[in-house]
Ligand binder design. Structure first.
Ligand SMILES: Nc1ncnc2c1ncn2[C@@H]1O[C@H](COP(=O)(O)OP(=O)(O)OP(=O)(O)O)[C@@H](O)[C@H]1O
Ligand SMILES: [Mg+2]
Length: 243
């Protein structure tokens, strides 16, 4: 079974330390949620794992293979898929061309593509559409499908539900649940607690570049005040949760 180990990962922007010794373990078939306020360092954590923000120290190991210090293009090739915050598609390229990039990265074949399209059938009808003209929800689906074209053992998603309607959020949630059931290890960054609680197995609370606490979801549910403490969210939403 997949096992991702992140040990003591730190990263700086110039003189400013944005990540302070990130340590986590993630297994296949598990969803770990990284929660934290704006600027807590969630995106930096994912970028440090992907190597696009080079870590100043720490280790990254996937299934016993040392990935520490590999150039950024090697991390997806090792089987770590990434859905960046704001999706970062090649908006001038078509849906198909975006997916092709995923397929070429790891030289995966038709099966990986079919699997992604089975999860997001709407993309089938839009293969020749320029991806910048897709709706927000469709763009997120494409970003996820592109990551799935790697046939990844780990997928990291950075606020995939940001700015989406409840119906699109539900679709993303279903896809996460399906990937988990297929044994993919999922690291999910979110600010929306209502999007996290139904899918997370564990929650790591991040603040000032550090994980301050990591708890099983049952404990978070039993102590909603934790959410207020770590992410400044009221324990009881004013409106009923929409998802
Ligand atoms: N390219 C950069 N150059 C300098 N500082 C940066 C850069 N990117 C992020 N930072 C800083 O690093 C800190 C962590 O930012 P990061 O984007 O990781 O936070 P985040 O938890 O993802 O926030 P959000 O929830 O708003 O997406 C912030 O103080 C941010 O201003
Ligand atoms: Mg972020």
């Amino acid at each position: 079974m997949t096992k991702l180990q992140v040990e003591g990962l730190s990263a700086f922007y110039g003189q400013s330390q944005a990540l302070r010794g990130l340590t986590l373990e993630l297994s296949g078939g598990e969803v770990l949620c990284l929660l934290g306020r704006n600027g807590a360092g969630k995106t930096t954590a994912l970028k440090a794992i992907m190597g696009t923000v080079p870590p100043s120290s720490g280790r990254l190991v996937l299934d016993g293979r040392e990935l520490t210090g590999l150039p950024p293009q090697e991390i997806p090739r090792a089987g770590i898929g990434y859905v960046p915050q704001g999706r970062r598609l090649f908006t001038e390229l078509t849906v198909w061309e975006n997916l092709e990039i995923g397929l070429m990265t790891r030289k995966t074949g038709r099966e990986a593509l079919e699997h992604a399209l089975e999860l997001f059938p709407v993309l089938r009808e839009r293969m020749q559409q320029r991806s910048g003209t897709l709706s927000g929800g469709e763009q997120t689906m494409l970003a996820m499908a592109r990551a799935m074209c790697l046939n990844p053992s780990v997928i990291m998603l950075d606020e995939p539900t940001e700015g989406l309607m409840p119906s699109a959020i539900a679709g993303i949630r279903e896809a996460v649940i399906r990937l988990r059931s297929e044994g993919v290890a999922i690291l999910l960054v979110e600010q929306r607690v209502d999007a996290v609680l139904p899918v997370a197995d564990r929650v790591a609370f991040m603040d000032h570049g550090e994980i301050k606490a990591e708890l099983p979801i049952a404990e978070v549910r039993a102590n909603p005040d934790l959410l207020h403490h770590y992410v400044g969210i009221a324990a009881r939403p004013a409106r009923p949760a929409t998802c």
